[in-house]
Design a protein around this ligand. Sequence first.
Ligand SMILES: [Zn+2]
Length: 370
Amino acid sequence: MKWDNLNYDELKNKCHSHEIERSINWRDQWGNWEASFGDLPYDFPFLDNLRLLEEGKKRSVWPNDAPFAICLTHDIDSITSSNHPKIALNNLSKKKYLKTGSSKLMLQYSILKQQIKKTFVTEKTDQFWQFEKWIEVEQKHGFKSTFFSFIRPSNEALSEFDCDYFPDDITRFRGIEMTGIDLIKEIDKTGCEIGLHGSYNSFNNIKILKSQKDRLEQIVGKEVVSSRQHYLHYDINYTPNVHKEVGLKIDSTLGFNKSIGFRAGTCFPYQILNEKYEATGVWQIPQIIMDLSLFSNNGLELNLDLAIERCIRTMDQVEKVGGCLTLNFHPEHIALPHYFALYSNILEEAKHRNAFNGSTADFYNLSKGA
Ligand SMILES: [Zn+2]
């Protein structure tokens, strides 16, 4: 491993400033840093393990002496499986449909056909319309979560990777038909936190992210302090400053798309440091496990049994150092039973082990005073 002979404080500076991501100028297909790019043991909270080794015992940092914590989060990437007519029109103008070359014509034609079918075949029921199930299983264990809400940017700022829905698309919550805007308000009323799911191109653009934060605050009628960037699209050289400038206090982007693990070697909330190891004032609660990373063919391609085993092993590691296990499960994956089965399983185990739980804002409030 790089940095083998450092003490805890030296290693902490390198990890909290994400020095390796600043020094290796290589990114994946979505412009992101991935675990395979760095020679670090990302499967382990290696920074926390070093502190444990140096101090001899884990620190008790959670209320009621809880042995570790669990932070539950959801990125709202879809609110319906069929598309708004405006989306179809918008997609027609997207570059991917305007590419010339006969080899791409058949592919474009088939995508367009699916798009039109999805747009005009309106369903009376939709498997995505089960947002309440996530909240119900959390409440059953006395937990709550943070829902990161996507606010559609202007067409000029939109990326082909962005979520394909408008805020006035129709969805359902607890069986009642409503718009995406009302869905956010209803989730807010349950006691869950509403955070911002910054659009793909907002990672280095204060103006784009600020307009989304302003709109979300207008919807919920209060300050929004937490965020996660869509597609985990984040650049350590720009994004912390964008978050600071728009007034976000805590972000939970820094995990991986293709695997699970500890991107900064830690599972504790921490302040991002700049390249001179100075505090930026922006906190990170690192994403440890994302649903897609476990199951997708762009990720680890596990089945349910293997995913449960892997997540419990990760919980063991977090509990050993007394950190926080941050999960990211997408609400639309309620349509895939193994995703929800895994989520329920992790929650049950965390409850059994007396984990402390809070929203990302709660973790910010706890950490800034520590
Ligand atoms: Zn997303």
